[in-house]
Design a protein around this ligand. Structure first.
Ligand code: ARG
Length: 455
């Protein structure tokens, strides 16, 4: 035999191997197999004694996997074949009955759904914890007022808590997306066989109950080739990462010297190997940076699926690595975001200084004129002329002489120049608005919602 032929064969066979990564599903595969074996015995399809031997054998396999002694072998390709082969070595012939009325196609779909179900539940819990951290910070810093931004230009003063509560809402929707996706994840495909169902009197309902599934898949061909549940997890994860990335970006900005609004805790920054003064917000940057790979996993899976004819195709094995990576990335990111918020110090003075930039009160000046009967568009034009004069002269808007203001609009009076950042926010007393009374209310409501959600 030539070396070339041997080498060629090894490379070719390794190409299809997935056990290096799909072993992560082992607990779910064992759970599915244990229930399947018991169901087969209940239905008289295999002897009860064999089902008992299988159950004990699967527990031995679990122990071996968990203590690291399990002999993972590439020649058995994937997790499922590795477990079955080992079971055969451990308990002999009864192992050969486990795969009755089952195919790896419905087997892997079952294990993956169980995995995604747990991952979705963990995502909801982590999102709730992150929301809790946002609320704690908002409560602690209730008095802080900052500039709200549009186009990253100072726009109008808002309570810092209002800004934080915006993220509370984003993560609330993310949690709802995972919870909603879970409903479609939690459907049992086992019993679909290779694609057409199985010619045995199985009891799918019983198996579903034992495994905690709410329903059965309705079409065997769909069941073995559907990966929508992974797509939905990834889509929810992509949106959650996008929100983490936005918050991370704010953290990067706020902790910069230019803003100086917050200081991250020691463990959430790193120094530079060359510039001793640096406190780099690496965790926030990495959270922002890791968002792309989760998007990548979503697009990757959608692309894998798009050309597949029914039913199972081996392409589907490519669902796993991106999914696992997204689960790890999301969980680590949510944890880091929560930690950063918990350990950050807020420089409320710096925020206030920035919020008291009187240019931020330009809208309020226009609203003041409206209060005195001026049409809004004209009030807007007058104040924008004032803003230009102030900017040209390099003086604060509110420092312009009253006569000059009056020259533009006679409605101006002394009290116009006494508008403060607080008054500006307080005036926005509408549901969902930035008025401190509204924000206090929103905080209380957010707390109640989080508690009701079990967070
Ligand atoms: N490792 C495979 C997967 O992840 C298991 C199913 C294999 N089925 C088959 N007919 N080759 O999709």
């Amino acid at each position: 035999m030539t070396g070339y032929a041997t080498h060629h064969f090894e490379a070719a066979s390794r190409y299809t191997v997935s056990v290096g990564y799909d072993r992560r599903l082992y607990a779910y595969d064992l759970a599915g197999s244990a229930v399947h074996a018991r169901m087969l015995a209940r239905q008289g399809i295999i002897p009860q004694a064999d089902a008992d031997a299988i159950a004990r054998g699967l527990e031995d396999v679990r122990r071996e996997i968990e203590d690291g002694s399990f002999p993972w072998r590439e020649e058995h390709e994937d997790l499922h074949m590795n477990i079955e082969a080992r079971l055969r070595e451990l308990i002999g012939e009864p192992a050969a009955r486990l795969h009755t009325a089952r195919s790896r196609n419905d087997q892997v779909a079952t294990a993956t759904r169980l995995y995604v179900r747990d991952a979705a539940d963990r995502a909801v819990r982590s999102l709730r914890a992150l929301q809790g951290a946002l609320l704690a910070l908002a409560e602690r810093e209730q008095g802080a007022i900052m500039p709200g931004y549009t186009h990253l230009q100072r726009a109008q003063p808002v309570p810092f808590a209002h800004h934080l509560l915006a993220y509370f809402e984003m993560f609330d929707r993310d949690a709802a997306r995972f919870a909603d996706a879970r409903k479609r994840v939690n459907v049992l495909p086992l019993g679909s066989g290779a694609l057409a169902g199985v010619p045995y009197p199985i009891d799918r309902e019983w198996a579903a109950r034992e495994l905690g599934f709410d329903a059965l898949t309705a079409n065997s061909m769909d069941a073995v080739s559907d990966r929508d549940y992974a797509v939905e997890y990834l889509a929810a994860a992509a949106a959650a990462m996008m929100h983490c990335s936005r918050l991370a970006e704010e953290i990067v900005l706020w902790s910069s010297q230019e803003f100086g609004f917050i200081q991250l805790g020691r463990q959430w920054v790193t120094g530079s190997s060359i510039m001793p003064q640096k406190r780099n917000p690496d965790f926030a940057e990495i959270a922002r940076g890791k968002t792309g790979r989760v998007y990548g996993s979503l697009i990757g899976l959608l692309t894998t699926l798009k050309g597949l004819p029914l039913a199972y195709n081996r392409d589907l094995q490519e669902d796993k690595e991106g999914l696992f990576d997204a689960v790890d990335t999301l969980e680590a990111t949510l944890e880091a975001m929560r930690g950063m918020l918990g350990g950050c110090a807020v420089n409320a003075e710096r925020m206030r200084e920035a919020a008291e930039d009187s240019a931020l009160l330009a809208t309020d000046l226009a609203d003041y004129l409206v209060g005195k009967g001026a049409p809004f568009r004209e009030a807007h034009a007058a104040v924008s002329a004032l803003c230009e004069i102030a900017a040209e002269r390099g003086v604060p808007l509110m420092a312009l002489p009253l006569e000059e203001m009056r020259a533009l609009r006679p409605e101006f009076d002394e009290d116009a120049r006494r508008i403060t950042a607080e008054a500006s926010a307080a005036a926005r007393d509408v549901p969902g608005g930035a008025a401190p009374v509204r924000v206090r209310e929103a905080l209380a409501q957010a707390k109640a919602r989080l508690e009701a959600a079990g967070g």
